[in-house]
Design a protein around this ligand. Structure first.
Ligand SMILES: Cc1cc2nc3c(=O)[nH]c(=O)nc-3n(C[C@H](O)[C@H](O)[C@H](O)COP(=O)(O)OP(=O)(O)OC[C@H]3O[C@@H](n4cnc5c(N)ncnc54)[C@H](O)[C@@H]3O)c2cc1C
Length: 338
């Protein structure tokens, strides 16, 4: 047995060697946030105060994720990639430190549930207590009852931070998925616990550069929060959104985007469908990455920053295309949902 200490919450637990560190953190109520649990998102990056050698040598994926988040691998590790092999003392979680959150858990009440299409729904929550501050692009972790253990799933906030007392999420029901189907069963009046805000996929408000947003599916959620915030703050930055969906049955937020274009002269958007019914869709057909290839002028790439959200393959492909067009890597921000 090894001793695993979580100094932030003042807890030490004993764990059998070979146990997945995620299970130890979760069972102990460590407060360390997890999302992908596969070393890709970096959400669980946590300072290691001692016993780092017992976590083994960081592999290429861990090094890449820590580097992307600007964290020193000699100080931070990803517990989701580790098994227990000796005593470890964990310090502060980088996600909580970056967001300024002190691992806050909030009680919320569902105010509304609105289907946006057959598989995607928008849920609005009222935050009891004094509400909380967040930055456009951040996400919350919802606690869903899952048998003996609470199931924790990350969902991006889709509303702007001007309202501290409410937030909305936009969730696709995944077949057989515990978290997303729990969310789809929520109805007005239901109460639950949420944690956060978390994440460093946030709008760079100090920049004056043009913005390119690329989203697929519910990847629109944090992008919508950013867009509404830009509108709230009367930003004059030029914003273009490329939004990719599969078919015309998957369309959502089309009225909202049309309305934004009317109110925000610097905003333009294009929706592309990969498998539309040709009798119902006259717009562009293909992948969202085709819009990057065909619409982004390399002369604009250096003066633009990009925010990309959706699945990992789309993000990787978009990043490559943007780099080839001449956009600096430091201007490309992304959030992997899966
Ligand atoms: C930072 C972050 C923010 C996120 N924000 C959102 C959001 O705003 N809206 C949203 O809908 N989702 C979002 N997600 C994804 C979300 O956290 C869950 O992963 C998703 O809802 C599936 O959880 P589940 O419990 O229903 O499925 P699980 O029980 O975890 O998985 C069930 C099965 O579905 C597969 N699967 C899991 N996720 C997906 C997926 N997205 N698409 C296809 N197959 C999948 C799994 O491989 C598994 O086979 C976010 C993820 C991260 C990391």
């Amino acid at each position: 047995m090894s001793k695993i200490t979580f100094s932030c919450v003042g807890k030490t637990v004993e764990a059998e060697d070979g146990t997945w560190m995620y299970d130890v953190c979760d069972d102990a109520g460590s407060g360390i946030p997890f999302a992908c649990k596969a070393g890709a998102c970096g959400t669980c990056a946590t300072e290691v105060k001692s016993g780092g050698e017992n976590l083994g040598t960081p592999g290429a994926r861990e090094l890449r994720t820590l580097e992307t988040k600007g964290l020193d691998p000699a100080r931070y590790r990803l517990p989701c990639l580790a098994d227990v092999h000796g005593d470890v003392v964990f310090g502060a979680s980088a996600g909580a430190a970056e967001s300024g959150a002190s691992l806050a858990i909030h009680d919320v009440v569902v105010e509304s549930y609105r289907p946006l299409n057959l598989t995607v729904a928008e849920i609005r929550f009222y935050v009891e207590s004094d509400g909380f501050a967040f930055r456009p692009g951040q996400y919350m972790i919802l606690h869903a009852p899952g048998g003996e253990q609470v199931v924790r799933r990350s969902y991006s906030i889709s509303t702007p931070p001007s309202d501290r007392q409410h937030f909305e999420i936009c969730v696709r029901a995944v077949s057989g998925g515990l978290g997303s189907n729990f969310v789809h069963r929520l109805r007005p009046g239901d109460r639950l616990k949420v944690e956060g805000p978390y994440g460093d996929f946030v709008l760079n408000e100090e920049s004056r550069r043009s913005i390119l947003m690329v989203a697929t599916g519910t990847g629109m959620s944090p992008i919508k929060s950013m867009l509404l915030h830009l509108l709230d703050t009367r930003s004059r930055r030029k914003v273009r959104l490329f939004f990719g969906l599969r078919s015309d049955a998957d369309l959502f937020y089309t009225d909202l985007l049309r309305g934004l274009s009317a109110h925000y002269p610097e905003f333009g958007h294009e929706i592309i469908l990969s498998a539309p019914d040709p009798t119902r869709w006259a717009g562009p057909r293909g992948r969202v990455t085709d819009l990057i290839t065909n619409r982004l002028d390399p002369r604009d790439a250096a003066s633009t920053e990009a925010y990309i959200c959706g699945g990992r393959d789309m993000i990787e492909c978009s990043r490559q295309l943007l780099l080839e067009k001449g956009m600096p890597a430091s201007s490309i921000y992304h959030e992997n949902f899966y």
